[in-house]
Write a protein that binds this ligand. Structure first.
Ligand SMILES: Cc1cc2nc3c(=O)[nH]c(=O)nc-3n(C[C@H](O)[C@H](O)[C@H](O)COP(=O)(O)OP(=O)(O)OC[C@H]3O[C@@H](n4cnc5c(N)ncnc54)[C@H](O)[C@@H]3O)c2cc1C
Length: 413
């Protein structure tokens, strides 16, 4: 089916995970659907490239197996997931300290004890917070008053030292901001999902996730190289010319393009992140663990080939290191210097494989965060994507799902 041809019930603009989930649900209800994607492939912010035999994700990210939408939509074993160790290493002025999820590996609890990462007060606070987030009904988190994560952590009883040493460096890589100003509600949902699931990467790269979602659609549903320029009274106009008509249009593009296609739509600011991919002759760490930096010179770093050996050709190691903001003059050199300290090794000979900057990596999520907004914008016009929910795969999928439900309700009236 060409991108512009016979009318369909619904046009979905954008083949990121939100658009793919929305299309799947609409098709499952018997509607005719066409997905129009501007780029040359599906996945949006979740794509992977092959660069000189290495697997390079478009910005370092991890996959969480506990997201409800993920469990509903994907057969996890088909992704050949490889896990990170349940915890992180924190590089501090006193050396490397290990934070291991005590609910998974109780024997590592002493690693957190006084004189190490946390004091007794922090251990108690950690136990209470984790127990509540792990076991309480999720609605309790969603309905709680929303404050910044910093306020939330202080009122949970954590010392400033522990917040600065562990939570701030660790969460800066999750929120893509390092002031802990993100919604506390979102923090609790993230903490809950980390305690309940496993952080991992698909063997073929993060892009395997949207590929699997797209594979569940009938062939011919997704049209790549089909950039939508604007919405018309009865459908859309493509940038290259050509129109398509539909009873409903769902804009699933990410916040910037959504605001351009739907004038008047309020969209959040976005976070910028840059990931440097270095090649080392062998792994400088030797374990599949995320390393964060108390000094916050980098957001985080990890040896990807320790997680998924196939990310690097035999005889080399692939190291991914992310920083906030863009790739300015001298930035890579500063990162390389920090990496020498973080991994306690000479990084002078490491090759810079490639750099990925994502300007709209995540929506800013200050409190109060609604968590999931309606997709309805105007009669026949809908919007979905992580910026309508939370900046995560779960948020994007849930938003796509909600858009499909609302389109169905309206078309069946
Ligand atoms: C570096 C990085 C790290 C991340 N880390 C994590 C993580 O660890 N865990 C987690 O859960 N989430 C993470 N995320 C967030 C997650 O990737 C996103 O929330 C999710 O992929 C957003 O999906 P989406 O469908 O809403 O939008 P997008 O993926 O942005 O998809 C939008 C699509 O619309 C297309 N499009 C845009 N304009 C047009 C147009 N005019 N016409 C047609 N098509 C158009 C785009 O090409 C794109 O394919 C990370 C993101 C990044 C970038």
């Amino acid at each position: 089916m060409p991108a512009t041809d016979s009318p369909v019930d619904v046009l979905v603009i954008g083949a990121g995970v939100a658009g793919l989930a929305c299309a799947r649900d609409l098709l499952g209800s018997g509607l005719t659907v066409r997905v129009l994607e501007a780029s040359d492939g599906v996945g949006g912010r979740m794509r992977s490239d092959r660069v000189d035999g290495f697997v390079v994700d478009r910005g370092f990210q991890v996959f969480n197996t506990s997201y409800p939408q993920v469990r509903r939509r994907l057969t996890l074993r088909d992704l050949w997931l490889r896990p990170f160790t349940p915890g992180v290493l924190v590089h501090t002025g006193r050396g490397r300290l290990r934070f291991t999820d005590p609910t998974r590996r109780p024997r590592t609890l002493p690693d957190l004890l006084p004189g190490r990462l946390a004091g007794p007060r922090d251990l108690v606070a950690l136990g209470l917070l984790s127990g509540r987030d792990l076991l309480a009904p999720v609605d309790r988190i969603k309905r709680a008053a929303d404050r910044t994560t910093r306020t939330e952590l202080a009122s949970a009883g954590f010392s400033d030292t522990f917040v600065e040493r562990f939570f701030r460096p660790f969460l800066s890589g999750v929120f893509l901001e390092d002031e802990l100003e993100t919604s506390g509600r979102f923090f609790h949902l993230v903490w809950r999902s980390m305690l309940r699931g496993t952080l991992c990467l698909p063997a073929a790269g993060i892009g395997a996730v949207p590929q699997a979602l797209a594979a569940a659609l009938p062939s011919g549903t997704v049209h790549t190289g089909a950039a939508v320029e604007r919405l018309t009274d009865d459908g859309i106009l493509l940038a290259g010319g050509g129109t398509a008509a539909a009873r409903a249009v769902v804009v699933a593009t990410g916040p910037g393009p959504a605001a351009a296609l739907l004038p008047g739509l309020e969209v959040p600011a976005t976070r910028v992140v840059t990931t440097y991919y270095h090649v080392a002759p062998s792994s400088p760490l030797g374990e599949p663990t995320l390393l964060v930096d108390e000094q916050r010179r980098v957001l985080n770093t990890c040896v990807l080939s320790d997680v998924v050996p196939g990310y690097a050709p035999r005889g080399s190691a692939l190291v991914a290191t992310s920083v906030l903001g863009g790739d300015g003059e001298g930035r890579e050199g500063a990162v390389r210097t920090a990496l020498a300290d973080l991994y306690a090794t000479d990084t002078g000979g490491w090759e810079l494989l490639t750099v990925r900057t994502v300007t709209d990596a995540l929506p800013a999520m200050p409190p109060p965060q609604p968590l999931l907004r309606t997709s309805r914008v105007a009669p026949g016009r809908y919007v979905c994507g992580d910026h309508r929910a939370t900046g995560s795969v779960q948020g994007a999928l849930a938003s796509g799902s909600r858009a499909a439900r609302e389109v169905l309700q309206d078309l069946r009236r």
